[in-house]
Design a binder for this molecule. Structure first.
Ligand SMILES: [Cu+2]
Length: 204
């Protein structure tokens, strides 16, 4: 074997090793599981049409893959009813908004708060720590309300804290400001109910 032939042979051996390494690394890559620890939520959006005493509005909810839920709400009402300032705004435990009865929208029941230590009573130690408690919605002088916030207390996807559970959930606008105070009175938790909306899944 002359020097030239042995050089060609050596080059061929090196090239075939390179091909083998490339193929095996491609196989390894194909076998690596996707590095996504969290399954994507089944339902990622929901909405509610809010209505009440001369009030209309919309609520849009969007859940991201880390289960952060963006809350985006707007209201329009007569400022003599929907008074300028802060109004209590919560997820309530049942997806029902019946206006009739002595207590308007009482069919929405108490504050959304499932779980072993949950309690939906608006006036007790779990308030303002209910899973359904949100920041107050701010209304301007012309009766327009706006709230944009993020909550991780609830989900839209099917978890033990999903708003879209067997009996659904509602959003309630209260007459008064939620004082965000534990063990307060009914008035401290926002008082009477002005408007309500049933939360519905938005299918993507
Ligand atoms: Cu409430």
């Amino acid at each position: 074997m002359n020097k030239f032939t042995s050089k060609i042979l050596l080059a061929l051996v090196v090239a075939s090793m390179f091909v083998l390494v490339t193929i095996s690394s491609k196989i390894a890559l194909a076998q690596t599981p996707s590095n996504s620890p969290v399954a994507p939520p089944q339902v990622t959006a929901a909405k509610a049409q809010i209505s009440g005493f001369g009030i209309t509005g919309t609520l849009n909810l969007k859940e991201d893959r880390n289960r952060y839920v963006t809350v985006d709400a707007t209201l329009t009402g007569d400022p003599t009813t929907l008074t300028p300032g802060l109004h209590g705004f919560h997820f309530h435990e049942t997806g029902s908004c019946q206006e009739s009865g002595q207590t308007p929208f009482s069919s929405a029941k108490g504050h959304f708060d499932p779980g072993p230590f949950g309690s939906s009573t608006p006036v007790e130690a779990n308030h303002p720590y209910h899973l359904g408690d949100l920041p107050n919605i701010e209304v301007d002088k012309s009766g327009k309300g706006k709230l944009k916030t993020i909550t991780t207390r609830i989900t839209l996807s099917q978890t033990p804290v999903s708003l879209l559970d067997s009996d659904g959930s509602a959003i309630i606008v209260h007459k008064l400001t939620d004082q965000v105070k534990a063990g307060g009175t009914a008035a401290d938790a926002g008082g009477g109910r002005l408007a309500c909306g049933v939360i519905e899944a938005v299918k993507s």
